[in-house]
Design a protein around this ligand. Structure first.
Ligand SMILES: [Cu+2]
Length: 149
């Protein structure tokens, strides 16, 4: 069943490259229709010779965009702004995923639903700015959802 893999790869968003930094599989999520906040997840790959750091994010779709992570405090998962940014080691990858590191969209000006897309500019310490297109997929990655189609 080797051929089963092919459609999966085609379905994934094409990676975006800039100066050896690759962004793969970016998608956005809003908690519910009309919610003022949302999150963006992706995999960042650093193929350059030096460590780099995602230090800022901008998007015309949100009043404010922040780098967030989740920390556990008294048994409760809480979101925290990450002031120092996300380090991506040379030759390594950093995954922004649900329950962990993420890009936080605050003050959304539009009612985003699955299938909508918007530009997101990632600012790296060394590689500079890289603008990607993020598509909203609210059905994706439901934690603990093992329902088959
Ligand atoms: Cu957050």
């Amino acid at each position: 069943m080797r051929l089963m893999l092919a459609p999966l790869f085609i379905a994934l968003a094409s990676p975006v490259f800039a100066d050896g930094i690759a962004i793969d599989d970016a998608y956005g999520r809003v908690a519910r229709p009309g919610a003022p906040t949302g999150a963006v997840f992706m995999t960042i790959q650093n193929d350059t010779q030096q460590d780099d750091r995602l230090i800022g994010v901008e998007s015309p779709i949100a009043k404010r965009v922040e780098l967030h992570t989740h920390i556990e405090e008294d048994g409760i998962m809480k979101m925290r702004k990450v002031e120092e940014g996300f380090l991506v080691m040379s030759g390594g990858t950093r995954e922004l995923a649900r329950g962990g590191d993420h890009v936080m969209l605050m003050g959304l000006g539009e009612n985003l639903t699955t299938g909508d897309s918007f530009p997101l500019t990632l600012i790296f310490e060394d590689a500079g700015e890289l603008t990607i297109t993020v598509t909203v997929d609210n059905e994706r990655g439901q934690v603990g959802n093992t329902q088959s189609d």
